[in-house]
Design a protein around this ligand. Sequence first.
Ligand SMILES: O=C(O)CCC(=O)C(=O)O
Ligand SMILES: [Fe+2]
Length: 206
Amino acid sequence: MEPRVVTAGAVHLPERFSAAQQQGLLNRCRRWAGEPAGLHRVRMPRGGMMSVRQVCLGWHWSPYRYRRVTDDGRPVTAFPAWLGALAVECVTAAYGSADDFAPDVAIVNHYSGGARMGMHQDNEEASAAPVVSISLGDTALFRLGNTDNRNRPWHDLRLSSGDVFVFGGPARRAFHGVPKVYPGTAPPGLDGIVGRWNITVRQTGL
Ligand SMILES: O=C(O)CCC(=O)C(=O)O
Ligand SMILES: [Fe+2]
C-alpha cells in the first residue's frame, strides 16, 4: 500500500511486511525475549511499573537513559545489522531517502493483558534521526500528539500487524502513546503470537 503522511515527518506504511516476514520478525522477538538481557518489566522512577514488557538490542534503555548493560549488569543482546538495514529501507519508503540514518538500538515492547503505553517523548537519543516502529500481532490504537505537551491536538491511527510507522523531522519529538490494543485482532496465521509486539529502531547518537 501507499505511504500515508499523518503529519509532517510522520508516515504510516500499511502492510509493509508480508505474512512470512511478520512470522520471521515474530520468531526473532521471541528469541530475543529469551536472551540473558531478555524480556523484563520496566520500573519507573517513582516506583510504578510499565505495563509492557521490554527487551533492548544494542543499548539498554531504562528511564531515562541508555547504557551498555542492563540494570543488573547483564550484557545487552547485539543490535542486528539486518534490522538496521530493514529500518533504512522503511525510512527510504517513507521519505524517499534515508540520508545518513545509522540506527544502533531497538526497543522491543510486548503488550499483553491490557498493557498500554502512556503519552511520552522518545528523548534519550541525542540524534535527531527518525524512529522506525514495526507492529506485529494485535492491532493497536496509536496516538501521535504534538511536540509541546501530552494533550490535544493528536492524531489517532490503528497500527496493524505488518505495519510500519516512521516519525522523524518535525514529528521526531512528538508525544505519542498506545492507549489501547485490540485483543484477538492478530492475523490468525501468525504462529505463536500472544498480544502485540512492537519493535522501535532508533539511532542513539551516543
Ligand atoms: O508500541 C508502540 O507502537 C510505541 C512504542 C513506543 O512508543 C516506544 O517504545 O517508545
Ligand atoms: Fe515512544
